[in-house]
Design a protein around this ligand. Structure first.
Ligand SMILES: [Fe+2]
Length: 263
């Protein structure tokens, strides 16, 4: 057996979850978070900390990302991990430990961020900014590994205890705590991290129909966040779906469409 032959590999948590049609509760928000984390690292890498305007931008952006990470940990703890703990006391232990470690890292990063913000000419601000960049890299690397575990091993544990309808209920309960501003913020980062088919799924989530004014707000957010080519791709996809919806329920068969191809 060739070790790299994909047909011979044992299924792993990642391969099982990726091949499944079940609800993946972390997938979209984690893709948004990855886009945010990587953008923050990029910002920390390119800004000139000796330019006070750029320094302020750096401090604001890193601070906002750290706040988002704290909020995300609280959301996972409250809306997914707590119900899971009620069914299986030890199921989330390793993930809870990671969350504690991440909160400690965030606290350290905030202290370092304050030193960058307050650095005087004799304080070697570029050295502090580089230290911030490296410590942020470590934090982001750990977060990426942790999120992949949640999206694979922990997702399978959640599936073994809850139906998709129950999981959807947890996500719905979490999202109902967001203000309109927070919803727009997360959607804008989803725009940067998700593919067009995934964005269509976000817009057409099962459950209650989206009121037209909410859909219009979502589309305005997406238009602002997406580059023109990706915005056109999304609109074309949505137009295609609404054309399908307006088609007769049982369209006559199209012989050209069903004809086997020569290849
Ligand atoms: Fe987490």
């Amino acid at each position: 057996m060739h070790p790299h032959d994909p047909t011979q590999r044992q299924p792993t948590d990642i391969s099982v979850v990726c091949a499944s049609a079940r609800l993946q509760p972390y997938r979209f928000i984690h893709k948004a978070l990855r886009a945010l984390l990587l953008q923050t690292l990029q910002t920390a890498g390119i800004l000139d900390v000796e330019d006070l305007i750029q320094r302020q931008r750096l401090v604001t952006e890193v601070d906002r990302t750290l706040t988002l990470c704290e909020g995300h940990i609280a959301h996972e703890n409250g809306f997914l991990h707590e119900p899971l703990r009620a069914r299986s006391l030890r199921a989330t232990r390793a993930f809870d430990n990671d969350h504690w470690d991440h909160l400690a890292s965030i606290e350290s990063l905030r202290l370092l961020l304050q030193r960058v913000r307050d650095a005087q000419p004799h304080d070697n601000a570029p050295g502090l900014a580089y230290e911030l960049y490296l410590r942020l890299s470590q934090f982001i690397g750990e977060s990426l590994a942790h999120m992949a575990e949640e999206e694979s091993a922990l997702t399978r544990i959640l599936w073994s205890h809850f139906s998709d309808a129950e999981l959807r209920g947890f996500i719905h309960a979490l999202e109902s705590t967001f203000s309109d501003e927070e919803k727009a913020f997360y959607l804008a980062w989803m725009a940067r991290g998700l593919s067009a088919p995934e964005l269509v799924q976000v817009l057409q989530a099962p459950g209650e129909a989206t009121p037209p004014e909410v859909f219009a707000r979502q589309m305005a957010t997406l238009k602002q966040a997406l580059p023109a080519s990706r915005w056109s791709e999304l609109v074309a996809r949505l137009d295609g779906l609404s054309a399908q919806d307006q088609a007769p329920a049982h369209p006559p068969p199209n012989p050209a469409r069903h004809r086997p191809t020569a290849s």
